[in-house]
Every structure is written in structure tokens, then in C-alpha cells.
Design a protein around this ligand. Structure first.
Ligand code: AMP
Length: 440
């Protein structure tokens, strides 16, 4: 049977849905987001970080160069396309590359900057629980040369964010990637150890054996995991300096009263990491317990090298952990404090002025704009959670009074403007004393 085709100016009903893997975030959920965001900003400011907002669209080459064109993020997941001027651009799949671009272009003033970003990222992944095509990351970067104290502080900050969101019980694992100079010796060590069992590795790892052998340590395949367990810790192949660096980071974490478990197989996917890498897990997430992580890095932009330490956390993932851990993160919809009810249309214009006056005084105030019946207005006040209702009709207009109803106990009294203001100010503990204008 032929379905009627929508007329050109009609949208098919699926067009009302967002694209796959993307979500609309509405109240009340949006208040949870706002809560996480404001708690984050509070912590980040305490640690001396400035927010940076970079464009969502960037040149594609920024990501292929910064993240590496052999990574899954760049090869399979990036939203890249040509714009109208045939420029190759991409929706940012992560935030660090853009921050590095800014630091590289800024010169001296950002050489030891502390920057954080919070916003949407885009990866064209197969959508599944907790993985979206538009998701949100909070990331922080401390720019500067390798310094164990900066690494320890960055880890402390990330853990502090989790606890500010109400998540306790997160576990920290730490390791080192050593320096660029260690890399050949580490690769040779792993090759010696895994060479005899190469044929037993998964297909991906057999490829990695030649292209990027360190990544084998990261493989999630259970068989590869067993084989990797027999590989000596990567630190055995590193210089004394790299080992001392890790020891210093661990010592400083200890000083800050932070438990860190050494995980010699932790390497984290990306090639730009040097020295410290870490991962935070939470048991509430089940078998796939990785929550977020971070590390020290060295990026090369043309002739410029940028060093720093940082992390990025997926907020959807954090929310999953909060829910799984049974944390109620004090989600608060801002409730309406006062609702102005118009009993007779002749009072409407004055009521509109009253609502405006209350709002100017810092009181959150609702009012019906559609001339609905008083019963509907009272229901709206109830739904909005109003603690007080101010009712005005013809009689109150004649007498120059306002009927103030306490929604908690149902009592009401007629008040003139100055008393009304004073009563609300006391009840709502805000300064909104009446001015001369109110009495006129
Ligand atoms: P990555 O950049 O892959 O190291 O991921 C950093 C953070 O972003 C982690 O906390 C991930 O859980 C989160 N993340 C990465 N990709 C997605 C996605 N497609 N949907 C939701 N969160 C993601």
C-alpha cells in the first residue's frame, strides 16, 4: 500500500526526533546537568583553572595531526566533511587538540596556563548505553614541562570533581609511559616477551605488534589479557629518570592522602602520552568499570612542542556511575516562589506589573498570561511549587490590597503593598523591602 507522502512543508514524524545518538536535554534532567556543571566550575576555580571555549568546528587536519591519523577516533568516528568553500572541516571529537592549538598560537602568556573546557563533542560511533554521538566532556589541562607535582595535582583535581558530584568509592590506577627516548627499549622488551606467543594474539593485536606494540597491553580481549599478564612491567625497560619520575608522583599522591594502585599494563590509547598515565574506575559500573582517566602529554605542532598534563571526563559516563552508585545528586528544579493569580481581567495589567516588581526584587514569580480560570491558575501555582500565591481581583483593586495565600497551610490575608513586600521578604529571606514607588 502506498503511504501518503508528506507535503513538502510537512515534516515526517521521525523528523521530530533528534539524530541517532544525539539527545535533547530537558527539565528536570537539565537541572542535573546544571548542578554538575556548577559544582565543576566551583572546584576548577578553587584549583586556579580558567575556562576556555573553543569552536565546535575545526580544521580536520588539527585532529588528524594532534590525535593521530591511525586512531579509531580519527579513522572511524570523526564527523568530517567539506564546507561550502570545500574546506575540510570536522566537528570536534575531543577538546585537547583545540586547546593545544590555542596554546601554540598564543606564545608566552599561556606557557604555564591552567585551562578547562566543558562542552559537546562528536563521534560517529555505534550508539549504545552511555555512548552517544554527541556527548559532553569536561577536560582540564595544566600546560608546562614535566613536573611530578603538576601530575599529582591534576589527579587530585579529577578525584575532587568526582567527590563534589557526590561519587565516592572511585579507584585510581597509575602507570608511566616513560619518555620518547624510552620508547624503543620498551617496544623491544614487549616484543621479546610476546614474540613467542604472537600467533595467539587477537587479529588487532597481531597488527599492533608491528605498528604500535604498546597498545597490545591495553587490549580488552580476554585471551590477550592473559598473555599480557606475563609481560614484565614496562618500567623495567625505562631509564632511571622515568622510574624516578613515577616514584615522585606516587610519593606526592601519598602526601595528598590519595590511594593509587600501580597498574604496569596501563598505557592508555593515545600516542602523545609521556610519563604519567592514570585511570579511574568505579565498581558500580560493573565489568566495564573505567570511568575516566588522564595523562601527561607532548604534542608537536610544526616545530613547536607543547607539554602538559590533563584529563577529559565524559559527563554521560559520570551520570551513569552516579545512577549505578545510587547517588541522588541533589537535582533541583528552581521552584517558583510566588504565583500571581488574576481573579478578574481588570486586575491583569496591574498584576503583570506586580510580577515584574517581584522578579526585579529577586523573587521567582509565575503569572498566567492567558486569562485562564482561577482554578486553572491555582493548579498552575501548585504545579510550579509556589509557596505563596498573591490573588487580585476587582475587590482587591478597589481596596488597594492583595490577598496573600500561604500554600503550606492555606491561610490568607489581605495586605497593602508595603506589608506584602515585607511579608514576602521575611518569608523568603531576601531583601525586597518596599520602596516609595510600591506604595503609590
Ligand atoms: P576518550 O577521549 O576516548 O579518552 O574519552 C574521554 C571521556 O569521554 C571518557 O570518560 C569517555 O567515557 C567519554 N566518551 C568518549 N566517547 C564517548 C561517547 N561516544 N559517548 C559518551 N562518552 C564518551
Amino acid at each position: 500500500m502506498n503511504r501518503p507522502r508528506p507535503l513538502p512543508n510537512q515534516m515526517a514524524s521521525e523528523s521530530f526526533q533528534p539524530l541517532q545518538g544525539m539527545s535533547d536535554i530537558r527539565a528536570p534532567e537539565v537541572y542535573l546537568w546544571q548542578h554538575l556543571e556548577s559544582a565543576s566550575r566551583n572546584v576548577l576555580e578553587r584549583y586556579g583553572f580558567d575556562e576556555i571555549r573553543t569552536p565546535v568546528l575545526e580544521r580536520e587536519a588539527l585532529f588528524t595531526r594532534a590525535i593521530g591519523d591511525t586512531t579509531d577516533v580519527v579513522q572511524k568516528e570523526m564527523y568530517n566533511f567539506e564546507d561550502r568553500g570545500r574546506r575540510k572541516i570536522a566537528l570536534r571529537p575531543e577538546g585537547t587538540a583545540s586547546v593545544m592549538r590555542v596554546v601554540a598560537s598564543a606564545g608566552m602568556e599561556l606557557q604555564d596556563a591552567r585551562l578547562y573546557y566543558l562542552g559537546p563533542m562528536f563521534r560517529c560511533e555505534r550508539p549504545q548505553a552511555g555512548r552517544k554521538r554527541q556527548f559532553h566532556q569536561l577536560g582540564a589541562e595544566t600546560i608546562g614541562e614535566p613536573n611530578p607535582a603538576a601530575d599529582a595535582e591534576c589527579i587530585a583535581l579529577q578525584l575532587q570533581l568526582l567527590s563534589a558530584w557526590g561519587l565516592s568509592g572511585a579507584k585510581l590506577q597509575i602507570n608511566t609511559r616513560g619518555t620518547a627516548e624510552d620508547r624503543d627499549a620498551v617496544a623491544a622488551g614487549i616484543r621479546d616477551s610476546l614474540g613467542p606467543v604472537r600467533g595467539e594474539l587477537c587479529e588487532d593485536c597481531q597488527r599492533r605488534f608491528d605498528s604500535n606494540i604498546m597498545r597490545i597491553l591495553d587490549c580488552k580481549n580476554p585471551n590477550c589479557r592473559t598473555l599480557v599478564d606475563a609481560v614484565p612491567p614496562v618500567t623495567e625497560y625505562m631509564s632511571e629518570g622515568s622510574r624516578a619520575y613515577l616514584a615522585e608522583v606516587r610519593d606526592l599522591l601519598n602526601l595528598l592522602d590519595i590511594d593509587a594502585t600501580l597498574n604496569p599494563q596501563l598505557v592508555r590509547g593515545l600516542d602523545y602520552y609521556v610519563h604519567t598515565v592514570w585511570e579511574i574506575t568505579h565498581s558500580a559500573l560493573g565489568a566495564q568499570d573505567a570511568l575516566c582517566g588522564g595523562g601527561r602529554y607532548r604534542f608537536t605542532f610544526g616545530k613547536k612542542g607543547i607539554e602538559g598534563v590533563g584529563f577529559a571526563m565524559g559527563l554521560e559516563r559520570v551520570m551513569m556511575a552516579l545512577e549505578a552508585a545510587g547517588v541522588d545528586p541533589a537535582e533541583r528544579s528552581p521552584s517558583t516562589q510566588v504565583y500571581v493569580v488574576t481573579q478578574h481581567e481588570s486586575a491583569f495589567r496591574e498584576n503583570l506589573v506586580l510580577a515584574q516588581t517581584l522578579r526585579l526584587r529577586g523573587i521567582s514569580c509565575g503569572i498566567d498570561l492567558r486569562g485562564r480560570k482561577i482554578k486553572k491558575q491555582m493548579q498552575a501555582a501548585d504545579r510550579a511549587g509556589a509557596r505563596w500565591v498573591v490573588i487580585r481581583g476587582e475587590a482587591e483593586m478597589d481596596e488597594g490590597t492583595f490577598l496573600l495565600k500561604n500554600m503550606a497551610d492555606g491561610t490568607q490575608e489581605a495586605l497593602e503593598m508595603p506589608e506584602l513586600m515585607e511579608r514576602l521578604a521575611t518569608a523568603l529571606s531576601i531583601r525586597c523591602a518596599a520602596t516609595d514607588e510600591d506604595t503609590q
